[in-house]
Design a protein around this ligand. Structure first.
Ligand code: NAP
Length: 502
């Protein structure tokens, strides 16, 4: 067992995990489930007053099964040795890395990849051209997107990119309001999508069908929508040499091609909306309408396979008319002030999760999730990633715990100008969202704005703080039913769901 710096009592290793998405929560879980260093206290900090990161604000609202992963993440945040502290701002305009480092023995950054990649073509910033991540944030009720507006006046939308995010936004654009109403989508986006005049959604890849990044389950879903049908062009698919014989492809790509082949063989159903899956078209410009400001379409260059997995331009162009363009070409990590950053990969340099500064691991600083390995993989990919980082923290625990840190970091955070939303505050938000859903005749409906979230958190704090805090301290002191170190496990949260990672 570790000893405190003065050697009299067992030391507590205080760890801050920055980010409460899957990578942050799995890191917290790995830290408190270990046996070798019993006294680890983890504070999971988030800029938002709500936990769960991309599971709450990235997984599509109609993916209820993946969203139910929140129940598993909740079990971790409810663990007696883990505390959720929302509304704590780290980075630009908030607390600096150095200040945070003073409060905790170790800080693990699990901040994901916070922004979208750009196309780098003319017209990208015209009104009507948006990043898919902004659209996702809007229909997922992210409070930073509360004032976003998207033109849905039709008749067509173009989605650039053929990854799972592109599939998500395409599906949401093509779904009927009857399919969306039972989700937790906030009222504003639900009403806007109910009034959408978009009939044709073009999802466009620059390479061939065998190189698309979407996964087969997600692709298949496009063919199962009540009011929309998938349209593919057999002659375009056939430009891909693997289309005729996909047997040599990796399993996911082979299954994708098989699904596309089956759609190519189906006659049109005459559905009200159509999802056009297009390939071998590279975007070269987003086009303006007559006013020079509003999007009118996208110009693409036809490409062909170059024989090495890439494509080459042909000098032939095609324009697709559309009033809405969503660029879905991947996420990108952003630098956190005070932390090293590799701009090329959009990640923080690390060795087994230890942040590397000037060529050497920096004591007490760690990363996990997308900011560690880049924006790829499904939610389950974060588990081994978080485990590796947690193992590094625990291996370093002896030297880390020798440094004095404040006994009550929450008090210090307040002193430094933060106003943390603790677990009862989050429970207040959950209660308010359930009540909002009841009042609208829908299941739980998300609160989409900062003011509403903070008011609900404040009500929750006044109603439940004393009970919840009391319950956790009873558990910690051994008078509860869930005593740490007695083998009570919070594993079994291992739903290895697909979905946005980070
Ligand atoms: P992604 O999988 O990397 O796909 C990005 C797409 O954008 C690719 O088709 C890529 O084509 C294309 N692209 C990139 N640059 C381009 C350019 N300049 N012009 C045209 N196209 C371009 O990224 P994502 O869709 O954002 O997904 C991120 C991660 O989240 C993935 O791991 C994904 O599986 C996960 N996710 C999963 C789910 C789910 O499981 N339900 C849902 C959402 C997200 P190239 O291949 O040619 O580069």
């Amino acid at each position: 067992m570790l000893e405190s710096p003065c050697g009299k009592e067992p030391a507590v290793l205080r760890v801050a995990v920055v980010g409460s998405g899957p990578s942050g929560v799995y890191t917290a879980q790995s830290l408190v489930e270990q046996q070798a260093v019993p006294d680890v206290r983890v504070h999971v900090l988030d800029r938002l007053p709500c936990p769960y990161g991309l599971v709450r604000y990235g997984v599509a609202p109609d993916h209820e099964k993946i969203k139910s992963l929140q129940n598993n993440l909740r079990t971790v945040l409810d663990h007696p040795d883990v505390s959720f502290l929302g509304n704590v701002h780290i980075g630009e305009g908030g607390l600096g890395a150095e200040e945070l480092h003073e409060l905790y023995h170790a800080v693990v950054y699990c901040v994901g990849a916070a922004t979208d990649r750009h196309l780098g073509v003319p017209g990208e910033t015209l009104w009507g051209s948006f990043s898919a991540t902004d659209f996702v944030a809007w229909y997922s009720a992210h409070p930073d997107a509360a004032t976003h507006r998207f033109p849905l006046d039709g008749p067509a939308a173009v989605v650039i990119g053929v990854g799972n995010v592109a599939v998500d936004v395409t599906r949401i654009l093509a779904r009927s309001v009857d399919e969306l109403a039972p989700t937790d989508m906030p009222q504003g986006p639900l009403g806007a999508l109910a009034g959408s005049a978009i009939e044709d959604v073009y999802m466009v890849g620059r390479r061939g069908p065998s190189q698309a990044k979407f996964t087969t389950k997600e692709l298949r879903e496009l063919g199962a929508l009540t009011g929309a049908e998938v349209v593919v062009r057999p002659e375009e698919l056939a430009l891909d040499p693997a289309f005729a014989d996909p047997s040599g492809l990796p399993a996911v790509n082979r299954r994708n091609v098989e699904v596309l082949r089956s759609w190519a063989a189906e006659p049109p159903r005459g559905a009200g909306r159509r999802i056009h899956l297009r390939f071998f078209l590279r975007p070269v410009a987003v086009l303006a309408g007559p006013d020079g400001e509003r999007v009118a379409g996208v110009r693409f260059e036809r490409t062909l396979p170059d024989g090495h997995g890439g494509v080459a331009g042909t000098g032939n162009y095609e324009e697709i008319a559309a009033g809405t363009v969503l660029r879905s070409v991947g996420y990108r990590g952003v630098p956190l002030p005070g932390l090293p950053f590799d701009a090329e990969s959009g990640t923080v340099p690390h060795e087994e999760g230890r942040v590397v500064r000037d060529g050497a691991p920096s004591p007490g600083e760690y990363v996990a999730g997308w900011i560690k390995r880049g924006p790829t993989g499904v939610i389950g990919t974060n588990r081994p990633c978080a485990k590796q980082t947690a193992a590094s923290v625990l291996a370093d625990a002896g030297s880390l715990a020798a440094r004095r840190v404040p006994g009550d970091p929450v008090e210090e955070l307040r002193r430094l100008g933060q106003a943390p939303v603790e677990w009862p505050g989050w429970q207040g938000i959950e209660a308010a969202e359930a009540a909002l859903g009841r009042s609208l005749g829908r299941p739980m409906v998300k609160i989409p704005d900062w003011a509403g979230l903070l008011a609900a958190a404040s009500a929750g704090t006044s109603n439940g703080a004393s009970t919840a805090v009391h319950a956790k301290s009873a558990v910690r002191s051994g008078t509860g039913t869930n005593v740490p170190g007695t083998g009570t496990s919070i594993s079994g949260t291992g739903q290895e769901a697909a979905g946005a990672g980070g």
